[in-house]
Every structure is written in structure tokens, then in C-alpha cells.
Design a protein around this ligand. Structure first.
Ligand SMILES: NC(=O)c1ccc[n+]([C@@H]2O[C@H](COP(=O)([O-])OP(=O)(O)OC[C@H]3O[C@@H](n4cnc5c(N)ncnc54)[C@H](O)[C@@H]3O)[C@@H](O)[C@H]2O)c1
Length: 248
């Protein structure tokens, strides 16, 4: 593992209880940061925080609830004194169906968590980053947001929206020492697979030239660099980690 220096940094990782978020939390801790896991699964978040050990605190919050996020931000600032890094990682896959078979409520649920959630967390945390003139925001989008996966229009649209949010916010904050970037991973074998059909999982694998799923540790390594001081000039950008699938 290459050493990334995050010593003294305080991070919020949404959806940090498992999957990508847990791997990112572990990598941040190994790099010297403190991490607040923001997850709506309180039991799992607390178990994960305990397993990873010193430096991790679990907070229960639904990222799509502005009032709850503001309350959790205040509690995190009280516990850590500052927030230097925000990783908008919490997300869901939604039910795999064609556009015309998808319920409107299901469409709205995916957009609410995957797109409103990052917007709400940025809205709540950016003012304190501006005040301290330092911040690193990493949004976990998806290759689906670039390509549009069939039977996942809600998910693909939410991630395309997150890419556009990244580009807009990056420009708004370019005058500060605040970098805002997105990553677009290919599929990784995490609990999110439980929400998908086997047909959809097979489709995603068939599209990856490297012939395998990305490992959560591989994604965490990219996010750790994007969350570090070294990432000073790249902002409003989208970083590919799709095993060769993306052509742009
Ligand atoms: N695994 C993949 O194949 C893959 C590929 C590309 C992008 N992503 C994205 O990466 C992110 C993490 O995915 P994962 O595979 O680790 O998923 P996961 O299901 O393993 O973990 C997601 C975590 O987010 C939490 N969460 C869900 N909704 C929440 C909410 N409203 N408020 C707070 N917490 C909430 C869950 O409790 C869970 O702990 C997601 O945004 C996902 O879309 C995943």
C-alpha cells in the first residue's frame, strides 16, 4: 500500500458501514485521518467503527434528510472540531426494471438517496470548508452515470446527475483550497449486489475489459489520493476506475 498523508484530517464518509465506504474509512484511518461514518444502518455502522478501532465514530443519519444531516454535521463538528474531507458514498441500486416498468416512487427513491443525498451533504458541510479555506469532496458516482445501464435508468440518471453536481460545485469552489471530484467505478462485489438481478450483475461484468470486478481497496486507494493535499489542481473532474470500460 502506498502511503498517503491524511494526518490531522477529519473526514465524513457517508454509507461507511460497509462496502466501498468501509474500505475508504479503513484507508483513511491507515493514512492518519479521523473518520465519522454517516450511515442510516446504526447497528452496522457502530459494529464497523468498533472493528476498525480508534479514530472512527459512527453517526446514524439518512443523507436525504436535510434537517438530520445538519444535526449530524453539528455533532461531527463538536466531536472533531472541523471537517476537511467529505466522501459522498451512500447510495442504493434500486430495482432493476425497464423505464416503463419502473414505479415513480422507486425512481424518486433512487434519485433522493443517490443525488439529493450528496447535494444535501455538500450544502450542509461546504460553508465550514469555505470558512477554513480547505476541503476535499469526493463523490462516488458510477460508470453507469457515463454510459447509462439498461434496467437501471434511475441509478444511471442519479449518477449522471452526481457527475454534473461535481462539475458545477468544483467551479463554484475553485477560488478556495477546496477540490471537488467524482469517481466512476465499475461494479464491485458488495452488499449492493443483493439489490440487483443476477442478469444485471452478469451484464456489468461482461462490459469490463479487465474481466473482473473492481476491488473495494482499489477504489479506496484512488479516493485517498483525491482526499489528500496532493490533489490540489484537479477539481470538477471525473476519475475513471472501470477496468477499461470507459472510453472517456
Ligand atoms: N458496488 C458497486 O458495484 C458500485 C459500483 C459503482 C458505484 N457504486 C456506488 O458506491 C457507493 C457505495 O456502494 P456499495 O457497493 O459500497 O454499497 P453497499 O450497499 O455495500 O453500502 C452502502 C451503504 O450506504 C448506506 N446507505 C444507504 N442509503 C443511505 C441513506 N439514505 N443514508 C445513509 N446511509 C445510507 C447503507 O446502509 C450501506 O451501509 C454507492 O453510491 C454506489 O452507488 C457501487
Amino acid at each position: 500500500m502506498n502511503k498517503i498523508d491524511l494526518s490531522g484530517r477529519c473526514a465524513v464518509v457517508t454509507g461507511g458501514a460497509q462496502g466501498f465506504g468501509r474500505a475508504i474509512t479503513e484507508r483513511f484511518i491507515a493514512s492518519g485521518a479521523k473518520v465519522a461514518i454517516w450511515d442510516h444502518d446504526q447497528t452496522l455502522a457502530e459494529k464497523t467503527a468498533k472493528e476498525i478501532g480508534a479514530g472512527v465514530t459512527a453517526f446514524k443519519v439518512d443523507v436525504s434528510d436535510l434537517a438530520a444531516v445538519e444535526k449530524t454535521r453539528d455533532a461531527t463538528l463538536k466531536a472533531f472540531g472541523k471537517i476537511d474531507i467529505l466522501v459522498n458514498n451512500a447510495g442504493i441500486a434500486g430495482v432493476n426494471k425497464t423505464v416503463w416498468e419502473t414505479d415513480l416512487d422507486e425512481w424518486r427513491k433512487v434519485l433522493r438517496i443517490n443525488l439529493d443525498g450528496p447535494f444535501i451533504c455538500c450544502k450542509a458541510i461546504v460553508p465550514s470548508m469555505v470558512k477554513q479555506n480547505y476541503g476535499r469532496i469526493v463523490n462516488i458516482a458510477s460508470i453507469a452515470g457515463k454510459e447509462g445501464n439498461p434496467n437501471a435508468a434511475h441509478y444511471s440518471a442519479s449518477k449522471a446527475g452526481l457527475i454534473a453536481l461535481t462539475k458545477s460545485l468544483g467551479k463554484e469552489l475553485a477560488g478556495y483550497e477546496i477540490a471537488v471530484n467524482a469517481v466512476t467505478p465499475a461494479a464491485a462485489r458488495t452488499a449492493i449486489f443483493d439489490q440487483m438481478t443476477q442478469q444485471h450483475i452478469d451484464f456489468m461484468l461482461s462490459k469490463i475489459p479487465k474481466g473482473r470486478f473492481v476491488l473495494v481497496e482499489e477504489l479506496a486507494a484512488m479516493v485517498a489520493w483525491l482526499a489528500s493535499e496532493d490533489c490540489a489542481f484537479s477539481t470538477g473532474a471525473v476519475f475513471d476506475i472501470s477496468g477499461g470500460r470507459a472510453t472517456y
